[in-house]
Design a protein around this ligand. Structure first.
Ligand code: HEC
Ligand code: HEC
Length: 232
């Protein structure tokens, strides 16, 4: 018991720094339907109510209720989920659970919740400010770091990661992205599929149900490439 309380925060802190990018992500039909207001849900500060409704409630609780308790695991409340967080992360990350996979909306919602420390209530902070700007308070800079952290992380890495559907087109680390000359041609955004694919709405793919990038996001990518696509 004591050990779990010590383990969970360490684990969560680890993910805050390196990002939680290795979730199984697919858009196959399963218990988790994508709500029409998915973008709105993903934009608000992470909280247990959303994750419980759209991830655990939709895709886990019919097998992990106290009545069924598959594998001896009950995932019915915030406390029971926090207590099992280590194995839950492992099971989702490896793709073992849920058996039919999570769709990309669920993966994003879950990884966002993990990255924000698996809170029960929304954390107050810049993203919870009462009058958020249209971009949710995020400023998209024309730098690799900003593009990686605020665009790739939220909209791309679910597929563009080792083991993902688009692992042959890596967007991270910087060196792997830049090594693909048709994807990034420095100082030539129009000749770079990284820019044209998001400008034309080809990426993220339609089947991912992720929203197209905003004008600010597309412009940041264009400017970064035209300024030489540096490792900044
Ligand atoms: C269709 C039923 C079903 C669904 C849905 C389901 N599980 Fe499971 N789960 C099982 C069964 C059966 C086991 C035990 C057998 C096993 O370990 O393969 C299990 C085992 C587990 C374990 C223990 C694994 C271990 O390594 O000890 C965890 C953690 C878990 N599930 C988490 C989840 C999470 C999180 C979800 C939802 C995202 C989920 N499960 C959805 C049936 C399900
Ligand atoms: C739902 C999965 C998915 C998501 C999300 C996704 N992609 Fe892709 N992407 C793919 C697949 C699949 C391919 C084709 C990969 C291949 O050819 O091996 C691809 C190809 C690409 C290519 C190469 C295009 C070409 O014409 O050669 C670029 C560039 C790209 N994606 C950028 C992005 C960016 C940037 C994002 C986020 C804004 C993104 N993708 C989000 C699945 C995805």
């Amino acid at each position: 018991m004591k050990q779990l309380f010590i383990l969970a925060p360490i684990l969560v802190l680890g993910f805050v720094h390196c990002g939680f990018k290795s979730l199984k992500s697919n858009s196959s039909p399963n218990g988790g339907a994508v709500p029409v207001n998915a973008a709105e849900i993903l934009a608000r500060p992470a909280n247990f109510a959303d994750v419980n409704q759209y991830v655990f409630g939709a895709s886990c609780q019919h097998c992990h209720s106290s009545a069924v308790a598959a594998g001896g695991i009950v995932l019915e409340s915030y406390a029971s989920i926090r207590q099992n967080l280590t194995v839950v992360l492992g099971a989702i990350e490896s793709g073992a659970m849920p058996p039919s996979g999570l769709n990309s909306f669920q993966s994003q919602l879950f990884s966002k919740w993990i990255n924000q420390g698996a809170p029960e209530m929304p954390m107050s902070g810049p993203s919870a400010s009462p009058s958020p700007s249209p971009s949710g308070g995020i400023v998209y800079l024309p730098t690799y770091t900003s593009i990686h952290d605020h665009i790739f992380h939220d909209s791309c890495l679910g597929c563009h990661r080792v083991g993902g559907k688009a692992q042959d087109v890596p967007l991270e680390p910087y060196g792997a992205l830049i090594a693909q000359s048709s994807v990034v041609s420095p100082k030539n955004a129009d000749g770079s599929t990284l820019y044209t694919a998001v400008r034309d709405g080809k990426m993220p793919t339609r089947s991912s149900h992720l929203p197209h990038l905003t004008v600010e996001q597309v412009n940041a990518i264009q400017q970064w490439i035209n300024e030489g696509a540096q490792n900044n």
